[in-house]
Design a binder for this molecule. Sequence first.
Ligand SMILES: C[S@@+](CC[C@H](N)C(=O)[O-])C[C@H]1O[C@@H](n2cnc3c(N)ncnc32)[C@H](O)[C@@H]1O
Length: 478
Amino acid sequence: MTRKQKKPIIVENVEITAMADKGRGIGRDATGRVVFSESVAPGDVVDVQVTKKKPEYVEGYAIHHHRLSRDRVDPFCQHFKLCGGCRWQHLKYSAQVREKEQVVRDAVRRIGKIREGEFLPIVPCAETTYYRNKLEYAFSNKTWITKAEMDAGMSNRQNVLGFHRPGAFDKIVDIKHCYLQADPSNQLRLTVKAVADEMGLSYYDLIVQQGMMRHIMIRLTTLGELMLIVSFHQNDKKVIKQFMDEVVKRTPQLTSLFYCINPKMNDYVGDLDMVCYHGKPFIEEQLGHVRFKIGPKSFFQTNSKQAKVLYDKVVEFAELTGNENVYDLYTGVGSIALYVAKYCKQVVGIEEVPEAIVDAKENARMNATENCVFYAGDVKNILTAEFAAQHGKPDLVITDPPRAGMHEAVVRMFLQLEAPRIVYVSCNPSTQARDLNLLKEKYRLVKIQPVDMFPHTHHVETVALLELQEATELQPSN
Ligand SMILES: C[S@@+](CC[C@H](N)C(=O)[O-])C[C@H]1O[C@@H](n2cnc3c(N)ncnc32)[C@H](O)[C@@H]1O
């Protein structure tokens, strides 16, 4: 018995009015129902094939364009759409930042339910290509091919090194050139592939989980320091030596070369032993007046030049006089803590990754910064009333949590600690707005500033300044 094929649901003539959270376009159908669509720009009028249907909204992708937006430009990358990065390359940069600004504004109003405060215009990126200091590529023995290529008899059985195809976990798009990381990043990736091919090494098969070559990470700093981390599936010492020696020979500018063995199901290397095979065990980066050592596992803001712009905003919002006790929560390798240290009396940094705290202490030593102390652990567990009693009540809390935002217990602790001011840095306007809504119980939003750190993507960073309200000023929260 053959199963009857479901007829696709098409919503016709949807005018896209804005870009929404997660980078999709948003519009309404003839009944007023919300439609989220991929592959669109604000001002497009499109027919959308539905992939998900809910009573309040539908989701899908554009299959026909009746009208094209004036915000559109020709994408400059040959891998656009296939590789899943840079999904806004079809939008003019001025439209990208306009839409990001609107996403932040909407989140503050709709999720935060906040009306007051100054909304500052977004700070765009001066450089919209080659801005990332870190990229990761996966090896695969199967590539993504288009339907036309398949129909023309092309096989997907090819050894490739590139980015995951969105929605197809076992297929990798072979990358010829990536506009995200400056030279010599592309050359290094091509060298790694050439050496693996010349040695006849097997590429990883994500379905049967076999194959020698798994994954690489390339880190590059504005000082020109270059790190390569190679992840192998098997610990074949002889092969690894031959491979690494050849990569070093062909890449004399390598500052640091690591490898690790990953026999696990997932690509995550943060829990694996890293072997420094050649060069220094770290690379160095300079942000303004602070120099950082970056190890193979350290978190570091991925756009170094714009990170300085972001940190300068933090300093500007913080208005430090030299006498303050500052807490820097989710401190990573102590980046913001060390950046603001010279403007205040003391900084207390908390971060859950112990290796990052080792780096933070080393970075403090390297910069001869003596007024910072760092603690490893979950902010939720470390930041208690006793901790505040021991380290002194904060005059300012700087918080920069991951995309999920802060745990509710941390927000409650903020309400209990009653620091006069909070500077909240976020890479996710929705979770930031959720936390600001909870903080409304005692805090007023003074100003919020979006900063673009990731051109051609929907991601946006924000810096918000909150002020503790006098009891008489407090409004009931809703
Ligand atoms: C967005 S990064 C910010 C890092 C740093 N402020 C910077 O600018 O480089 C968030 C950091 O929070 C850390 N983190 C995530 N969850 C945490 C938790 N529950 N407690 C403490 N740190 C956490 C991550 O390891 C990461 O270093």
